[in-house]
Design a protein around this ligand. Structure first.
Ligand code: HEM
Length: 429
């Protein structure tokens, strides 16, 4: 291990280790002894969701088993037509705007955020997706108010003082929770009476919840998720899956606008492999598009770091780390490390992924944009399929270049975003 692969700093009185070494990263993420956990959460953030990503130990492992089947590839295949509907609507609107002069300027960052919100609402709630979209709009406001609160100095108990913003946060949370409760209860009833099938994420969650209780032989109640748990998981779908996916798509459009030769290669592949109606089999055969998406995830990872914490003294390779130490696994830094990716690490070269992820870098563990190990992103296949459908459809209908008004300023507010938007000039083809 070279010396610069690990460093440390202090956050107030708390020590923090920053680990860039892939093998050490693997040991932390594999968490075989259970010595690593998420750092203690700022209580303010729990208002957003107390879903799976906030759980630990036995509680987490039960919840993960329950949710996993909803994200199996077989289930996701059925979501391709749903992603196509969401994307088709966006494309029709873009066409209208472009039709006047055959080209137009669009800031694709808010557009792609709307797209991924629509897609997650349709895939999560099926026929109740309009209601889902309203819920997500409220969630968006709550997220932004919560982030604002978290940027100021944390004073324990301050969130209970009835300031205008605290009251708004409380009201939003109440409204979101009650709307979700309604959707869930209606779905449960419709499934019991045979009026609805379990073909959306919520339906699958409810179905596995019932099956899980039977398998665990818990006579229902104690092994099952309560309705409150299901509410928190619905919030989590949006929180974890909307902006991350929009970030990936937005950086992909920006990078392809900067590299017209790769845009053309990707378009040729899409036109060759996919028909007008996108199907899973075709999507699965998009090799160049996949290489491009991985290279974008490397250069502009939506989640720039993973944070962990030692709850007991832990051994990470030859280093002994006491309990109570924070750990940062800096995805962004690792992804730009010339020691791992070569002297051209800063360049956009999708060909480095031509033999798959494990052969793209000098260390096969260097790429972990979706994390790794037991807590790897549950929605990674969902996100990749969604991104492939959206990119394929955009390439089928438009060519695009950067607008002169675009200024390159990646910055992070939860995810990696273009600070001043992503202004693109679209030409209809
Ligand atoms: C390009 C898109 C995405 C990226 C880059 C991404 C990345 C990640 C990463 C790095 C983690 C680990 C975070 C940590 O341990 O601190 C994670 C966890 C998670 N992701 Fe994603 N994600 C994406 C899309 C999605 C989607 C679409 C969904 C769901 C619809 C989703 C659901 C989750 C959930 C539930 C977890 C927590 C898993 C657990 O704690 O067991 N993600 N994601």
């Amino acid at each position: 291990m070279s010396r610069n692969m690990i460093s440390y700093c202090w956050t107030g009185t708390r020590p923090r280790l920053i680990i860039q070494d892939p093998e050490m990263t693997e040991e932390v993420l594999a968490n075989k002894q259970g010595h690593f956990q998420k750092p203690p959460l700022n209580p303010q953030i729990l208002i957003l969701s107390r879903g799976i990503s906030t759980l630990e130990g036995e509680q987490w492992s039960k919840r993960r088993k329950m949710i996993n089947p909803a994200f199996h590839l077989e289930k996701l295949k059925g979501m391709v037509p749903i992603f196509s509907v969401s994307c088709g609507q966006m494309i029709e609107q873009w066409k209208e705007r472009a039709s006047l002069q055959s080209s137009c300027e669009i800031d694709v960052w808010p557009e792609l955020q709307k797209l991924t919100a629509d897609a997650i609402s349709r895939t999560a709630f099926g026929s109740s997706y309009e209601e889902g979209k309203k819920i997500f709009q409220l969630q968006k406001e709550l997220i932004s108010l919560t982030l604002e609160a978290m940027q100021s100095i944390y004073i324990p108990g301050f969130r209970f003082i009835p300031t205008k913003k605290n009251q708004r946060r409380k009201k939003l949370n109440k409204e979101i929770t009650s709307m979700l409760r309604n959707v869930i209860q209606r779905k449960e009833h419709a499934m019991k009476t045979g009026q609805a099938r379990a073909n959306d994420l919520l339906g699958m969650l409810l179905q596995h919840n019932n099956q899980f209780a039977v398998l665990e032989n818990t006579n229902g109640a104690e092994g099952k998720m309560t309705i409150e748990d299901v509410i928190e998981e619905c919030k989590q779908f949006y929180l974890a899956g909307q902006e991350t996916a929009a970030s990936l798509l937005t950086w992909t459009i920006i990078v392809l606008a900067l590299h017209p030769e790769w845009q053309e290669k990707a378009r040729e592949e899409v036109l060759q492999v996919c028909g007008k109606e996108l199907e899973f089999e075709a999507i699965n055969h998009l090799k160049i598009v996949t290489m491009i998406l991985y290279e974008v995830l490397r250069l502009y990872p939506p989640v720039i770091a993973i944070y962990q914490h030692t709850n007991k003294e832990a051994q990470i390779k030859e280093i002994s780390v006491p309990a109570g130490v924070d750990l940062t696994l800096p995805i962004l830094l690792v992804n730009h490390d010339p020691g791992l990716w070569g002297e051209d690490a800063e360049e956009f070269k999708p060909e480095r992924f031509s033999q798959g992820v494990s052969k793209a870098s000098k260390d096969q563990l260097a790429f972990f944009a979706f994390s790794w190990g037991p807590r790897t992103c549950i929605g990674k296949n969902f996100a990749m399929i969604e991104a492939k459908v959206a990119l394929a459809m955009i390439l089928q209908h438009f060519s695009f270049k950067l607008s002169p008004s675009y200024s390159h300023a990646p910055y992070t507010v939860m995810t990696l975003q273009p600070q001043h938007g992503a202004q693109i000039i679209l030409h209809q083809i």
